[in-house]
Ligand binder design. Sequence first.
Ligand code: SF4
Length: 109
Amino acid sequence: MKSSITRREMLQTLGAGALAAPLLLSSGQSLASDALPQLDLNDPLAKALGYVHDTTKADAVKYKQHKPEQLCVNCKLVQGEAKEWMPCQLFPGKAVHMNGWCVGYVVKA
Ligand code: SF4
């Protein structure tokens, strides 16, 4: 009696699944980063690093290295495509504002 699914059919099915899995994961990760909560200015790490949602509000007395053209959107540590709120490597699980700034700023090369 012949099996209802041939070895070739099974391999084709597994191959298609292997190709689809990363696409599904990628799409899920994208949705997850879109849903990240905004970084709270009262977050202890945000306060420790002088994070502000608007770079013009950075403490220029305390952070002498700050320059007005330094924005989260052009920082090397921000992740993903440019949009209003983006993930940042320094604040996992939170989104920073594109016009924000913190002392961890590193210019994109
Ligand atoms: Fe913004 Fe860069 Fe600081 Fe992250 S490390 S909050 S992207 S300035």
